[in-house]
Design a protein around this ligand. Structure first.
Ligand SMILES: CNc1ncnc2c1ncn2[C@@H]1O[C@H](COP(=O)(O)O)[C@@H](O)[C@H]1O
Ligand SMILES: [Zn+2]
Length: 354
């Protein structure tokens, strides 16, 4: 099976007990091995094996191959009951890993065969969140509606309108919009009107930016919005072909970066952990939030990502604690939620950092 790096002993216990905030998690990329197993058993005709839905330890794929993996998972998760189960399982797993606040993101899909609409898709994820709330898991979950850039201008605008609707009707669960999908397909300029409209209506924006090289024009254009958070931002800085002016825009607007070490290494946009751009931005004192991206596909969890960041860049436990605490400042939920989380961290600090 797909076993994440072993986290036994005192070290592992610390990272698991560390209270954490997860801000960059794609629902269908977060599906665990156990949940995939359940789904494959229900759909044996699809003949899906584990190596088709996850990239194991030491394995690498091109980003293009990663996007093939999502296609396979989407085949398995195509009905309302699948989405409900997957969302509940993913939330439960994040909670078990010590995540206290989670922003899940997912692309509403229309399924011709099952009659699922985009609206129903969102409603299903929201009811999974609600069901987990009723079970009194110690995790606050919010939702970002995702735009897949491959689907172009019109779908983007349709998705924004849906997100606006749910922002007003979901009791604060829908807080923002994500822009993701294969970064090599399409151009941000075509999505600008939709993103601008979302921002004006009060949706927070988290955009995948400069995940691959040579997107300086697109990144510059989208940074002018400006977004509220950036996913990856791997190629923003001059050393890897970005530019000082892009970096300055990010710094000036204090736009937090969502950084996903294992995702970038396994997807080969970053050559190795020690060359991850976490180092560049962290040294500048810029807000960096450690995230998983796709914990199922990349066989990781948030505890492990914190541990990897710490061991790669020599962070003390105190620094690790501050890193997880500072993520609270970057969440999209309202200030009262931030206050509650800060309170939670304060209570846990003496127990965890002893
Ligand atoms: C690895 N780096 C990445 N870069 C860009 N987009 C990514 C991604 N990882 C995941 N997604 C986006 O999330 C979808 C799967 O979850 P949902 O069906 O939306 O829940 C993918 O199809 C892709 O659009
Ligand atoms: Zn992502």
């Amino acid at each position: 099976g797909c076993v994440a790096l072993e986290m036994d002993g005192e070290e592992g216990v610390f990272y698991r007990r560390l209270p954490k905030v997860e801000l960059h998690a794609h629902l269908n990329g977060s599906v665990s091995y156990q949940t995939i197993e359940k789904l494959s058993k229900q759909k044996p005709h699809l003949n899906i094996e584990q190596n088709m839905t996850a990239i194991g330890k030491g394995q690498r794929r091109t980003l293009d191959e990663c996007f093939q993996v999502f296609k396979v998972i989407h085949q398995l998760v195509d009905a309302e009951e699948d989405i409900l189960m997957v969302a509940k399982d993913v939330i439960t797993e994040f909670s078990a890993d010590g995540v206290k606040y989670l922003e899940l993101r997912s692309t509403p899909r229309e399924e011709k065969n099952t009659g699922l609409t985009k609206r129903r898709y969102i409603e299903t994820v929201l009811s999974a969140i609600q069901q987990c709330k009723n079970e009194e898991l110690d995790i606050d979950v919010r939702f970002l509606v995702a735009i897949d850039r491959r689907n172009g201008t019109e779908v983007a605008m349709e998705t924004v309108k849906l997100a606006e609707e749910f922002m007003l009707s979901s009791d604060g669960l829908v807080v923002g919009l994500d822009l993701s999908g294969d970064p090599t397909v399409g151009h941000g300029r075509d999505l600008l009107p939709a993103l601008q409209r979302a921002k004006n209506s009060g949706l927070k924006l988290s955009l995948h930016l400069s995940e691959v090289p040579s997107q300086l024009d697109e990144t510059d254009l989208l940074l002018n919005l400006p977004p509220d958070r950036i996913g990856h931002g791997t190629f923003l800085h001059p050393e890897v072909g970005g530019s000082k002016s892009l970096v300055d825009k990010v710094l000036k607007n204090h736009i937090p970066l969502e950084l996903c070490l294992t995702s970038n290494v396994k997807g080969q946009t970053v050559p190795c952990y020690s060359k991850h751009h976490f180092k560049y931005w962290y040294q500048l004192g810029h807000p960096c939030v450690i995230c998983t991206d796709d914990k199922g596909v990349f066989c990781t969890d948030l505890s492990q990502e914190y541990q990897l960041a710490a061991s790669t860049f020599g962070l003390s436990r105190e620094s690790v604690w501050n890193l997880s605490q500072q993520a609270i400042d970057c969440i999209f939920a309202e200030d009262s939620v931030k206050q509650q989380l800060r309170q939670k961290w304060a209570v846990l600090k003496p127990q965890v950092l002893k």
